[in-house]
Design a protein around this ligand. Sequence first.
Ligand SMILES: *Cc1c(COP(=O)(O)O)cnc(C)c1O
Length: 393
Amino acid sequence: MSDPNEPISVPALDLKAQYRTIRDEIEPVVRQVLESQYFILGPEVAGFEAEAAEYCEAPHAVGCSSGSDALLLPLMALGLKPGDEVVTTPYSFFATAGAIWRTGARPVFVDIQPDTYNIDPALIEAAITPNTRAIIPVHLYGQAADMDPINEIARQHKLFVLEDAAQAIGAGYHGKRAGTLGHAAAFSFYPSKNLGGFGDAGMVTTDDPTLAKQLGRLRVHGMEPKYHHHEVGYNARIDALQAAILRVKLRHLDDWTAGRRSVADRYARLFESEGLTDIVALPSEKPGHFHVYNQYVVRVPADARDPLRAHLSANRVGSEIYYPIPLHLQTCFASLGHKPGDFPLSEAAAAETIALPIYPELSDEALRHVVGTISAFFDAQSILPFQRRRNVA
Ligand SMILES: *Cc1c(COP(=O)(O)O)cnc(C)c1O
């Protein structure tokens, strides 16, 4: 409970609050793994894979060492090589494009939809060449990309579709779940994801049994049977402690998702009742989608964004920018030859978005403090550009 004499503070993420609610379930399974001294792959991992596949409604799940490896393994299985191209979004975590680059293939970026921040299917066709092998849509912030048109384009051009579902476990799209919307999907169990481990871990889902077997080999240096290598993989194994912890946490995931969605609803009501929705654009859940809100990202005028962040911080409210530099402008991709202006909607999002605290344990009082702090910020600016631009617009 918060100390009534302390001013309220709302961190961007509070993993301790969640841990307190499950400590009694976690400790015995951790002890069991310690007693077994069976740490790599093994029965806990097989158990987790079966339960996670069922949760995602996917025929196969293959655990691995991280979400980054969950992207890389299927691309390796595809046999990508220099000269190949993979279409993706420039507005994502680095790993999406990094995995493409690591295979020697070239990331080909396609701009986003301004309201969902996901890849715009209407722009994909123009990016496809005879060298295109795959598309990686990202289900950013916990809402699925618009997969029907993406899959239709992929079908016409015979392309592999890999969902980057790192932020989207449990997300829905027209009655199907993230992890079943392409040929394969990559999940991350990084601690800040909706299903977070106590370290790094990841998973690939697929409906293709041959691919699932191959992924299972690639994560152990392409080995099958022991010490026989017909292809070169690497070490991308998941450990038993993560699997055991994730099995416990998976049982709570639907409740936590409901908690996140409730926070999103309460934010929306507070922003509306404060009259802020002209100046603060809220996340929108599209029809037919089920958003799992790994992040609650709002959008404000570019010149207000960083001052607002400073004001939130001064009032003990954590926030983050996901992501301040779109991937096409990252130094390491300079050889792709991109310049500012190439993907204007991604660049605008990078300058205007701010992620507010969202986790199931957030109290009404905390949410009122966040929105009240934002309201006070815009009130104080009312004679300066923000209000004026509003009147001009
Ligand atoms: C977290 C994340 C990844 C990478 O996952 P790790 O487990 O950190 O390697 C990839 N893509 C997106 C969109 C992510 O959010």
